[in-house]
Design a protein around this ligand. Structure first.
Ligand code: NZQ
Ligand code: ZN
Length: 387
């Protein structure tokens, strides 16, 4: 295990009926609030009215319409609102896209000039930021308790991660009932994202990380158990609660700290979203089993066999056979939970962009050097083709 710092100072308010705490939380930061939300789900399910009611004593400016795969134009608009209205605190009510957009706005309000050039392309942001409070409505990204955000530029066909310690939410309200209205497709996509975050950390070459790997296995089993329940009974509190807490713990540093190296599937997926604007978790679900099959070799077999045994309960003596059964189990799990498992099913029915997407996946990340199994452009193209 490598040395690490683990200091994730987000104040988590988990559970139902806790919105009465919101006024006091907001008040700690000031009176002027930028309320950021997405395309209207919070208006349909009544959360918007509850939040506005709780913010009665504050001066509220709204930024509505944050896109899934949030755009740089929306970030720029939000940063301008913050400057114009002397915003003290950003309240992000939504899924990962709303929270990520809010993070970029929080830093962007202090950045001069073009925010794509001077904020996102820099990737690491160490400057000041407006404090962020979140009310999470979709279990998926872990953005509610981490310092990263992902912003898209559709003009340049780029989708890039950026982050910094001042972008970490100060307080996050995690009320599982706020996810009751998430539809089956987004529930499955969110769970695939949680699963992928765990797997990206799990399939890593750093030895001696049994704590991280054991926690990851437990969280993966939690998702396997609770996703089908949440799909069948969208208002099952415990299923939604377990998915929500799993999403937060899957990407708050708990299972990734103490390891070196970089993730593989996220770099490849971000190019699918950048070129075709697909749902992040679905792209990951499609790519992951193909990536696993592609990198299966003598060195990786033992970890794959452990994954099969510990996560899927596969009893198979031959390690390579076990590894293959584990990959199949993952594929079947996504399929059974309604995930479209090929690229043509999500509208990517041509290979014309694969070359450029693969090139960008390599250029925007360190997968060619630091991945579990380093991937070159040709590998990425083959994984896209197998998908
Ligand atoms: O926009 P609204 O109307 O709110 O609808 C959203 C959106 O259409 C809907 N939704 C959210 N909560 C709902 C709901 N519908 C009904 N009831 C509710 N309670 O779901 C749709 C998807 O929302 P989005 O926020 O885009 O989903 P998600 O949370 O999966 O976020 C995806 C974004 O996060 C990035 C992804 O790349 C993508 O851009 N990621 C962020 C990470 C991070 N910050 O750490 C890490 C991840 O790996 C990921 O890359
Ligand atoms: Zn993800």
């Amino acid at each position: 295990m490598e040395n690490f710092n683990f200091h994730v100072a987000t104040d988590i308010r988990f559970g139902k009926d806790r919105l009465s705490e919101l006024p006091e939380v907001i008040n700690t930061f000031g009176k002027n609030v930028l309320l950021v939300y997405g395309g209207g789900s919070i208006k349909q399910n009544g959360l918007y009215d509850k939040v506005r009611h709780a913010l009665q004593a504050a001066t509220v400016v709204e930024l509505a319409g944050v896109e899934p795969n949030p755009r740089i134009e929306t970030v720029t608009k939000g940063a301008a609102l913050c400057r114009e209205h002397h915003i003290d605190v950003i309240l992000a009510v939504g899924g990962g896209s709303v929270i990520d957009c809010s993070k970029a706005i929080a830093g962007g309000a202090y950045v001069e000039g073009d925010l794509w050039e001077n904020l996102v392309l820099k990737r690491q942001y160490n400057g000041p930021a407006i404090p962020i409070v979140t009310i999470l409505t979709l279990a998926a990204t872990g953005s509610e308790m981490n310092r990263g955000g992902v912003i898209s530029n559709m003009q340049t066909q780029q989708k890039l991660g950026m982050g910094g310690k001042n972008l970490l939410p100060k307080v996050s309200f995690l009320d599982p009932t706020n996810t009751f209205t998430v539809n089956a497709y987004q529930t499955a996509a969110g769970s695939a994202d949680i699963f992928s975050h765990l797997m990206e950390n799990y399939f890593n070459a750093t030895p001696g990380t049994d704590v991280q790997d054991g926690v990851a296995e437990g969280l993966m089993k939690t998702v396997i158990h609770h996703l089908p329940i949440a799909l069948k009974e969208p208002e099952n509190y415990d299923a939604r609660a377990n998915l929500m807490w799993a999403s937060t713990l899957a990407l708050n540093g708990l299972t990734g700290s103490g390891k070196t190296g970089t993730w593989s599937c996220h770099a490849m997926e971000h190019e699918l979203s950048a070129f075709y604007d697909i749902t992040h978790g679905i792209g990951l679900a499609i790519l992951t089993p193909r990536w696993m099959a592609h990198i299966l070799n003598e060195t990786t077999v033992p970890k794959f066999a452990r994954f099969a045994k510990e996560v899927w309960g596969i009893q198979e003596e031959n390690p390579e056979q076990a590894a293959r059964k584990g990959i199949q189990a993952l594929y079947d799990f996504f399929l059974e939970n309604g995930v479209p498992m090929t690229l043509p099913e999500v509208g990517i029915d041509t290979e014309k962009d694969f070359d450029q997407m693969a090139q960008q996946a390599i250029a925007h990340s360190t997968i060619s050097k630091a991945a579990f199994v380093p991937l070159q452009k040709e590998d990425v193209i083959q994984i896209y083709q197998a998908s």
